[in-house]
Structure formats: structure tokens, C-alpha cells
Design a protein around this ligand. Structure first.
Ligand code: NAD
Length: 457
């Protein structure tokens, strides 16, 4: 069996090597999951819920070491790793609390001896190919409702979050999920591609548009349930009546949290000309106050860039913006290694002729553009192929509602940003994907509604 080497992006050191899957082992694991799924689905829901409750307790018990593992392999600042794990607990509670009402069999018609019922049956064996940036969140958004609703899961964590993926598997098994009902697949893209070759009943993907498009093509003719949660170029508009200082402080965090490596990071900012100078000044000051350094340090805010190739994307966006007349306020370059480091970067005087305002940066860089009013802001916010989130800062709720309802995005924010709730559906418009996770819809997504027509004799 070949080995997958795991490196710490903060210093380049190899921290582990784990046995990797290949096409044959992926096929064998799929066969095991197929054989195990019916018995799992036949278990009372209370037993499946109890497994997830025990899994939750294991996460709480091991939180410090799980956070350290995630930080070591992704470069995420340790406080943010803890935040992710603590945030996960509320999601687990939501899924456990809502699975019964969402999946209970419903009688929708009853008259003259005729009954109509909707039953929710599991999809069967589902695949989950996942991203590295919030491995617990994006993994468990799929894995947990899938298991609760009676599916078996083949889970391929990102090659940049493999140790975390293996921890998820270890704790689910310790919590009582049978070994063959939840199986991790270890490896890079070809292992994900091998999973697509298997006879599975659903594929749930989180990652880039490019890989999502490849996956959609690979499974297109197979009519399996396919969900793609992809990238974004999330805009925010700061109106003329907003407090520029408060908006700048909030949005600097929204742009730079997790070193800008969030699917819902603020990636474009439009500021009304009346507030522009004050906004940019506070924004730059706030970003300069973010400490870059060892991700294991408690006071680190900007950590490492997880994937080395992303450094080229950041360099290219900054060079393109500068060449076209952007003003660089801070950052704009790689930081010395070892490891993958990029300085938190703020660009103003940007426009839509620049890559930094069009394509996902997925790093600690942001462009701030001056606008003359609401109509221009809405037009620019919609000038994108993506549509994950969008926001507006104004004290006027009616104005915010009117503006946001014109913007094409799956999640809309008023005076906040970079926020995900288990109670709300998480989905993208356009090239940000198809399907959704979270909310009651994100539980239902793992079931097939089956229609029963029942005539009593
Ligand atoms: P990626 O597309 O490079 O990889 C994602 C996964 O796909 C990995 O597990 C990878 O091994 C696998 N893969 C690669 N090639 C494959 C192939 N040919 N067939 C099958 N699987 C293959 O993305 P990434 O770098 O891990 O994640 C970053 C991207 O994810 C960003 O664009 C980010 O915005 C997006 N993201 C979106 C959400 C969301 O909820 N919408 C959440 C997190 C991340």
C-alpha cells in the first residue's frame, strides 16, 4: 500500500505518513459499506442518535488534541481550531434534535378508506469528498445527517486534512457506528475519482468549482443524488449611513478569519464614497493589528496558507491589481518560510477589471472598491459567476432588506458576515454549487421521500 505524507504547512515538516487507498481498496470498502447499510438503517433511530451523542461526548473529551491535530496539518490558528470544534457541538445537537421530526412518516391524506403517506428512506451508500479549510464543519454537515438517517458513508477527507478525517472515523467508531457503516478513504484526487466509479447512491462534495465541475461530468449520466458546495467571491456593501469604523472592524475579521481560507470569507467590499476614506483607514489599521505567526500560539490570528499552490494565486492577483492601478496599503507579498506564508493584504482603488474582484482569492487578501450609490453596489455585487453569501451594512433594516433581495446569493447578511447557522440552509447560487447542507432541508437531503397509496379493504 502506498503512503500519503502529511506536512505541516507552517514549517514544511512531514508530521505523518498514512496508508493510502487505491482503486481496489476503494471498491472493497464500497462493497463492505453496501453490505452493512441495511442493518444500520434497520436500527431504531434512537440507537443512531445515541451514537452521535456519544460521538459528541468524545469530541468534547478530546477537544484539545483534536484542535492541535487540525492546526498542525492545516496551519489554522489554534484558537480557531477550538472555535470550530466548539461550534460543531451546536450542529450535532441540531441534527440529533431535528432528525426525528424531519424524517417521521407523514399521513397527508385520509378519506373513505384511502390513505396517502410519505416515508423518508435513506439514500443507501453515500460518498462524501471533502475540503480541508473547516474539516470538522464541512465533514460533519454531511456525515452526521447521513448516518442519522440510516445511510452508510464513504468519506474521503481532503489530503490536507487527512489526520482530522481519521480522527472523525476513530471517534465515530468508538461511539458505536459500525466500522463498515462509516469508512474513511485516504488519498488525493485519484482516490476521490475512484469513489466516483463505484455504485453509490449519492455524492456530496465540498471543494473548488474546478473539481466540482469535474465530478458533475464524471457522474452526470448516473442520475445519483449530487450535491456540490463550492467556492465564492462574497461581496459586502457598506452604505452611506453605516458606521464606517464598526463596519471596517467587523469586515476585517470577516475577510481575514481563518487566514481568509473560508468559503464564506468576505472577498469583495464596496463602500459608499461618503464613508470610503474612513472605512479604508480603520480597515487597514485593524488588519495591521492581526498577529501573524506560529499557528500553535494563543495570540496568532493569521496562520499558514494550507496549500502551497495558493501562494501563486495570491501573488498573481496582487500583481494584476497593482499593474492595473490598485493601491496597496499593507502586505502584498509572501513571508519568509519555512512553510507557506502570505502577508495580510489590503488593496483599495480596485475595479472589476482586476482578478482580485472576480476570482476567489482564498487567502488573506481583500479589495475595497468605492461606489457612488446603492444601484452601482447591487450591480457590482451581482457581477460574479458565484453566489454563496452577500451582505450589507446600514442601520436601516428596510433598506438592507430591499438591497439584499436584489442580490443573487444563498445566504444574506445584515450588519454581519462570515456566519453559518445550523438552523439555516447553506447553499450557493450559480457556480457556488447545487444542493444544500444544514437546516431541516440538510437532513431531508439524505433521504428519498417514498409515496404510499393505501386502500383498506
Ligand atoms: P479541491 O477541489 O481542491 O479538493 C476538494 C476534494 O476533492 C479533496 O478531497 C480532493 O482530494 C478531491 N478531489 C480532487 N480532484 C478530484 C477528482 N478528480 N475527483 C474526485 N475528487 C477529487 O478543494 P479544496 O482546496 O479542498 O477546498 C477549497 C475550496 O472549497 C474553496 O473553493 C472553498 O471555497 C470551497 N469550500 C466550499 C464550502 C461550501 O460550503 N460552499 C466549504 C468549504 C470549502
Amino acid at each position: 500500500m502506498s503512503q500519503l505524507a502529511i506536512h505541516n504547512p507552517a514549517n514544511g515538516e512531514q508530521i505523518a505518513a498514512v496508508p493510502a487507498d487505491d482503486a481496489a481498496s476503494v471498491a472493497a470498502k464500497t462493497a463492505r459499506a453496501r453490505a452493512a447499510q441495511p442493518a444500520w438503517a434497520a436500527r431504531p433511530l434512537a440507537e443512531r442518535k445515541a451514537c452521535i451523542e456519544r460521538f459528541r461526548a468524545c469530541v468534547v473529551r478530546d477537544l484539545e488534541s483534536l484542535a492541535a491535530t487540525m492546526t498542525r496539518e492545516t496551519g489554522k490558528p489554534i484558537k480557531m481550531s477550538r472555535n470550530e470544534l466548539n461550534g460543531l457541538l451546536g450542529r450535532l445537537d441540531f441534527f440529533v434534535g431535528m432528525v426525528e421530526p424531519v424524517t417521521a412518516t407523514e399521513t397527508v391524506y385520509e378519506e373513505g378508506g384511502m390513505k396517502e403517506r410519505i416515508e423518508h428512506v435513506p439514500l443507501g451508500v453515500v460518498g462524501n469528498i471533502s475540503a480541508w479549510n473547516y474539516p470538522w464543519f464541512v465533514g460533519c454537515n454531511v456525515i452526521v445527517p447521513a448516518l442519522l438517517t440510516g445511510n452508510a458513508v464513504l468519506y474521503k477527507p481532503s489530503e490536507y486534512a487527512t489526520l482530522t478525517g481519521l480522527e472523525i472515523a476513530r471517534l465515530l467508531h468508538e461511539a458505536g457506528v459500525p466500522d463498515d457503516v462509516f469508512i474513511a478513504l485516504v488519498g488525493t484526487g485519484p482516490v476521490g475519482a475512484a469513489l466516483l466509479e463505484q455504485k453509490i447512491d449519492g455524492l456530496f462534495f465540498t471543494g473548488s468549482y474546478a473539481t466540482g465541475a469535474r465530478i458533475a461530468q464524471a457522474v452526470g449520466s448516473r442520475f445519483m443524488k449530487l450535491q456540490l458546495e463550492l467556492g465564492g467571491k462574497d461581496p459586502t456593501y457598506v452604505c452611506d449611513d453605516a458606521d464606517p469604523k464598526a463596519a471596517a472592524e467587523s469586515l476585517a475579521d470577516g475577510a481575514m478569519y481563518n487566514t481568509g481560507q473560508s468559503c464564506c470569507s468576505v472577498e469583495r467590499i464596496y463602500v459608499h464614497e461618503k464613508n470610503y476614506d474612513a472605512f479604508v483607514a480603520t480597515f487597514v489599521d485593524t488588519v495591521k493589528g492581526f498577529k501573524t505567526g506560529d499557528p500553535m500560539s494563543e495570540d496568532t490570528y493569521i496562520g499558514a496558507i494550507t496549500r502551497a499552490p495558493q501562494l501563486d494565486v495570491l501573488d498573481a492577483q496582487v500583481a494584476d491589481a497593482k499593474a492595473k492601478g490598485a493601491r496597496l496599503h499593507t502586505g502584498g507579498q509572501r513571508l519568509p518560510g519555512p512553510g507557506n506564508w502570505y502577508a495580510a493584504t489590503v488593496l483599495s482603488n480596485v475595479d472589476h477589471g482586476m482578478e482580485v474582484m472576480k476570482e476567489e482569492s482564498f487567502g488573506p487578501i481583500i479589495g475595497i472598491q468605492k461606489v457612488s450609490g446603492d444601484a452601482e453596489a447591487v450591480r457590482l455585487m451581482n457581477d460574479t459567476r458565484y453566489g454563496l453569501t452577500a451582505g450589507v451594512y446600514t442601520p436601516d433594516g428596510k433598506r438592507a432588506q430591499a438591497l439584499m433581495s436584489q442580490v443573487n446569493a444563498g445566504s444574506l447578511y445584515w450588519n454581519c458576515c462570515d456566519r453559518v447557522s445550523p438552523r439555516l440552509p447553506w447553499s450557493g447560487f450559480g457556480d457556488s454549487g447545487v444542493g444544500l447542507t444544514l437546516s431541516t432541508y440538510g437532513i431531508e437531503a439524505f433521504t428519498r421521500p417514498r409515496a404510499w397509496h393505501l386502500r383498506s379493504p
